[in-house]
Design a protein around this ligand. Structure first.
Ligand code: IPE
Length: 270
């Protein structure tokens, strides 16, 4: 049986301060890199693909330039937002490499074709080849060209969904600043509770609770991310998506090795 493939997303809320443009949380980044390296050392058969969000890089640049709200395509804004997303990617890739994780960036905007906001094709062969060589492909939320709209923004979750049909990961991990999906923003509402399980059936009940995110977010916040992952789980028989804290010590390590951390949220079709 081939070694299990895991997709790990490092959310923009984990890697950046979503209140302040272009601010990296280097403490979180080095913690996360250490956990990933430890898991790869512990389970040498683990195959890993990492994606990361754009946090206060791409989201801020998109909001500031009016990338998605302008009446006509704003191509200079497209260039600026793509550059901001790539800038954070370089920082993340270099931190992974310095920590001994052999990450290789694949720029999503150079590999994806979109139509009306959906990815209609994404080059998967380079990803599969890198995995075969024991490397860790690294993708990120990015801009992308779009046949109908001119351009769009593709979140890490939509990129994962496009890659999953071909690569068939055994598990998808979404690591954010807080553990799991909450009934409200836990930073603002002390009564907020983690939701242990969300299925397609229960999604509509929790959808209203899942507002946007604490900061600027042009890809729809948590509700949209959860919906994308449930849609993916529905077509990928048995696929589990775990929403976990990327800051709690040991969480990413445990989750990479197949143990679901306490307080995390499980997303599955039924
Ligand atoms: C957003 O990607 C991409 C851009 C704004 C360019 P994500 O949706 O994956 O990022 P986060 O996790 O919300 O920051």
């Amino acid at each position: 049986m081939p070694a299990e493939l895991v997709f790990l997303k490092l959310g923009g809320s984990l890697l950046t301060d979503k209140q302040q443009e272009n601010s990296v949380r280097y403490d979180h980044l080095s913690h996360v890199v250490g956990e990933i390296r430890r898991a790869l050392d512990q389970d040498t058969s683990l195959r890993l693909l990492i994606g990361h969000g754009s946090g206060s890089f791409g989201h801020f640049a998109a909001a500031r330039t009016g990338l998605l709200s302008a009446p006509a395509p704003n191509w200079p804004a497209y260039a600026e937002v793509g550059a901001a997303a790539a800038r954070l990617n370089r920082i993340v890739a270099d931190a992974l490499l310095a920590g001994g994780v052999p990450a290789v960036t694949l720029q999503p905007s150079a590999a994806a074709h979109c139509d009306d906001g959906q990815i209609i094709s994404l080059a998967t062969e380079p990803v599969a080849t890198l995995l075969r060589h024991g490397l860790v492909p690294l993708v990120y939320g990015d801009v992308a060209l779009d046949l109908t709209r001119g351009y769009t923004i593709i979140s890490t979750e939509t990129i994962f969904a496009a890659l999953a049909s071909r690569l068939q990961p055994g598990r998808i991990l979404l690591a954010g600043e807080v553990s799991g999906v909450y009934t409200a923003d836990p930073q603002r509402d002390p009564t907020a509770q983690p939701i242990p399980l969300i299925t397609q059936e229960t999604f509509s009940q929790v959808e209203q609770m899942l507002g946007g995110s604490a900061g600027v977010d042009v890809t729809g916040g948590m509700a949209t991310k959860v919906r994308h992952m449930l849609d993916l789980a529905a077509i990928s028989g048995g696929l589990e998506v775990w929403v976990i804290s990327g800051t709690a010590p040991g969480n990413i390590y445990q989750a990479l090795l197949g143990q679901r951390p306490p307080g995390s949220t499980l997303l599955k079709a039924k």
